[in-house]
Design a protein around this ligand. Structure first.
Ligand SMILES: NC(=O)c1ccc[n+]([C@@H]2O[C@H](COP(=O)([O-])OP(=O)(O)OC[C@H]3O[C@@H](n4cnc5c(N)ncnc54)[C@H](O)[C@@H]3O)[C@@H](O)[C@H]2O)c1
Ligand SMILES: O=C(O)C(=O)C[C@]1(C(=O)O)C=C[C@@H](O)C=C1
Length: 357
């Protein structure tokens, strides 16, 4: 944002609001924090996300509405009235309903441009907020027919201040896309985690990283997700129906005992699907090679390992840690470009580490 337009109000200082407020403050903005639950705003201010005093309405350049989906339209409408010169955006997970709710009223919609950061976590509230939550992540900006260009630029400035990757797209296209890449995955995770409530504890003790990977997001706030899913019900329904057909196919193939055909195809499609997911910064999907190293439960083992990897000049793209509770050791999976895998394996073996790939 250019020098003179640097005062923001963030309404809703939970995980997303407090995180973006921290990023704006770090970028030099003056940020005023507001929340219906005053303790949330106080915690966010305590983290350094901004100040609690009310701004002079005329000096506010940008209002970011980061409240739950069902409350967004009313807070956007109120913000457009209260702050006469400000661009107003929201960060809600579904975009069309907010615009529909505001379209026929007397709100100055030219100053409203919705947006949606594609980053978050299963936690709510300001306590786990952090300034780099959006770093390198995609942030959709969704202008509409009546949006002013200057307001679109203001929202893009917010995205850049949060060091996110901007994607400008149509509201309805956005809602259809997030049904596929966020809302259906959430429901799949919920189904899997919910299924565990009937599994004996003695079985759950065997759980490895695979189960944790597919269930993490199921721990999110159910109230928030009820609002997200009902706001995007039509698009999510289409995805759910497609998956239920594929699930029926899997059941059929296991009932008939045929491991070729449907089962084989679904497993192969799964591999293809994982390869289609882009990397951070929207980079083209990469296929990395994983080298798995056994980490003894001794002080300094991880530090020594990373020092050796660094000294060998190997660029680690991703890491994952899994604990073996029975043996009190850990496994570190290091993802590297395929052409670096042999070097990494050789370095680890030379350092006396136990490795596999
Ligand atoms: N959690 C995620 O992963 C994620 C990611 C991207 C976008 N979003 C969207 O961001 C928004 C906020 O989600 P969150 O995860 O930060 O939730 P959160 O529960 O952590 O924070 C929401 C905050 O809004 C406050 N609030 C509720 N109603 C209000 C009102 N009328 N006026 C003022 N404050 C109000 C709450 O007290 C709370 O502090 C949602 O619309 C969600 O769809 C969430
Ligand atoms: O990483 C997570 O925990 C998330 O669920 C974040 C996630 C997603 O990627 O689906 C969830 C909902 C939001 O609207 C945007 C991002």
């Amino acid at each position: 944002m250019t020098g003179e337009r640097r005062t923001a109000v963030v309404i809703g200082t939970g995980l997303i609001g407090a995180s973006l407020a921290l990023a704006l403050t770090a970028d030099g903005w003056t940020v005023h924090l507001q929340d219906r639950t005053s303790s949330h705003a106080r915690v966010a201010a305590g983290l350094g996300a901004g100040v609690l005093d009310k701004p002079e309405p005329g000096v506010v350049d940008l209002v970011v509405v980061a409240v739950p989906p069902a409350a967004i339209a009313a807070v956007v409408r109120q913000s457009l009235q209260t702050f006469p010169a400000a661009t107003v955006t929201d960060v809600g997970s579904v975009k069309a309903g907010v615009l529909d709710a505001l379209w026929d009223g007397d709100a100055d919609l030219g100053r409203y441009v919705g947006s949606h950061p594609m980053a978050g976590s299963q936690h709510s509230g300001p306590v786990t907020a952090h300034a780099d939550l959006f770093d390198g992540r995609t942030w959709v900006v969704a202008p509409h027919r009546r949006s002013r260009e200057e307001s679109v630029q203001d929202v893009l400035a917010l995205v850049r201040a949060c060091r996110a990757r901007e994607v400008v797209m149509d509201v309805d296209d956005h809602d259809a896309a997030v049904a596929r890449v966020s809302h259906l995955p959430h429901l799949m995770s919920v189904l899997m985690a919910g299924h565990l409530t009937a599994v004996p504890t003695s079985d759950l003790l065997l759980a490895g990283q695979g189960l944790r990977d597919v269930t993490r997001i199921a721990g999110s706030d159910p109230g928030l997700w009820q609002q997200i899913l009902s706001a995007n019900a039509t698009a999510v329904l289409a995805e759910l129906r497609a998956v239920s057909g594929e699930l029926a196919g899997l059941i059929r193939s296991l009932e008939t005992g045929t491991t070729t055909g449907e089962l084989e195809e679904q497993l192969a499609r799964g591999v293809d699907g994982t390869r289609r997911i882009p990397g951070k910064h929207g980079a083209a999907p990469a296929t990395y090679h994983q080298v798995v190293v056994e980490i003894p439960d001794t002080p300094g083992a991880l530090g020594r390992l990373f020092a050796e990897v660094g000294a060998a000049g190997v660029n680690v793209e991703d890491i994952a840690i899994e604990h073996d509770q029975a043996r009190e050791i850990g496994y570190l999976a290091l993802s590297v470009a395929p052409e670096q895998a042999d070097d990494l394996l050789a370095t680890m073996r030379a350092g006396g580490w136990s490795v596999g790939s």
